[in-house]
Design a protein around this ligand. Structure first.
Ligand SMILES: *Cc1c(COP(=O)(O)O)cnc(C)c1O
Length: 246
């Protein structure tokens, strides 16, 4: 049966289902489900769909492109949404992020940190950030190389506009669970090292619709879920991650 165009009841069903699957993955891993948040990823879905998700009690949404945050934040201004930037961020686009986002999970290079800091100063805002680390050997995948993390974290201490809360990664696109899991394990180990170095990092944002149980098994505190909540998107993943093979 095809639902009416304005019938968003599937969202409640899919939201409940993914929460149950996340809870089950936590139990499987011997973890407390209360330790793992779900960040709904609303990229490509319009304001009406997001408004329906807000009615379910969701108020944080992950977006992959600055343009989409800009386009949606106006029509949804009454919803008090926390927009979370999770996609590759060009230095010349920090202005809107500094103005509109409550958090950036894709901080992955010194020039970006500097540009974002300047803009946040202008806006008089302080936001949470996660450092995105490249945990797979895939060519040109965004994220800071792991060996550069210690120095990068030290440099971020100089910015009072950003609270560094943890690390984020995208795992390798692979059908081999062991390869995917190795990416998540590396991120957890990098956090352990950073904590030993004196950084107060608690969060690990890792895992998506297709691989979240592995991420939870390796200690994810947040999984970023798009498809399993909102349904499939009109474009292939290569549209969102231009560096991937088409
Ligand atoms: C789209 C996206 C997600 C969610 O992916 P799904 O497979 O739809 O759950 C997670 N993280 C990032 C960075 C994304 O761009």
């Amino acid at each position: 049966m095809t639902p009416a165009p304005d019938d968003y009841s599937y969202l409640a069903t899919q939201w409940a289902a993914i929460r149950q699957r996340v809870d089950a993955a936590c139990r499987e891993a011997g973890r407390d489900p209360a330790e793992v948040n779900i960040l709904p990823v609303s990229k490509t879905f319009g304001p009406e769909v997001i408004r329906a998700a807000v009615a379910l009690g969701l108020h944080r949404f992950g977006e992959n492109k600055v343009q989409e945050i800009r386009d949606k934040s106006g029509p949804l201004a009454d919803c008090a949404i926390d927009w979370v930037m999770i996609g590759h961020l060009q230095t010349n686009k920090v202005k809107d992020v500094a103005r509109l986002a409550s958090e950036v999970q894709s901080l992955d290079r010194p020039e970006l940190a500097e540009a974002l800091h300047r803009r946040l100063q202008t806006e008089g805002r302080v936001i949470d950030v996660l450092v995105q680390v490249k945990t797979s050997r895939e060519e040109s995948k965004y994220g800071l190389p792991p060996e550069e993390l210690p120095a990068f974290l030290d440099s971020l201490r100089g910015y009072d506009t950003m609270r560094v809360r943890g690390l984020m990664t995208l795992a390798i696109h692979s059908t081999e669970p062991q390869e995917v899991r190795a990416c998540f394990r590396l991120l957890r180990e990098l956090r352990t090292q950073a904590v030993a170095q004196g950084h107060d990092l608690t969060r690990l944002s890792m895992g998506m619709s297709g691989d979240f149980p592995l991420a939870i098994a390796e200690g994810a505190t947040e999984v970023r879920i798009g498809t399993a909540i909102f349904g499939s998107r009109p474009h292939a993943d290569s549209y969102y991650w231009p560096e991937l093979p088409k």
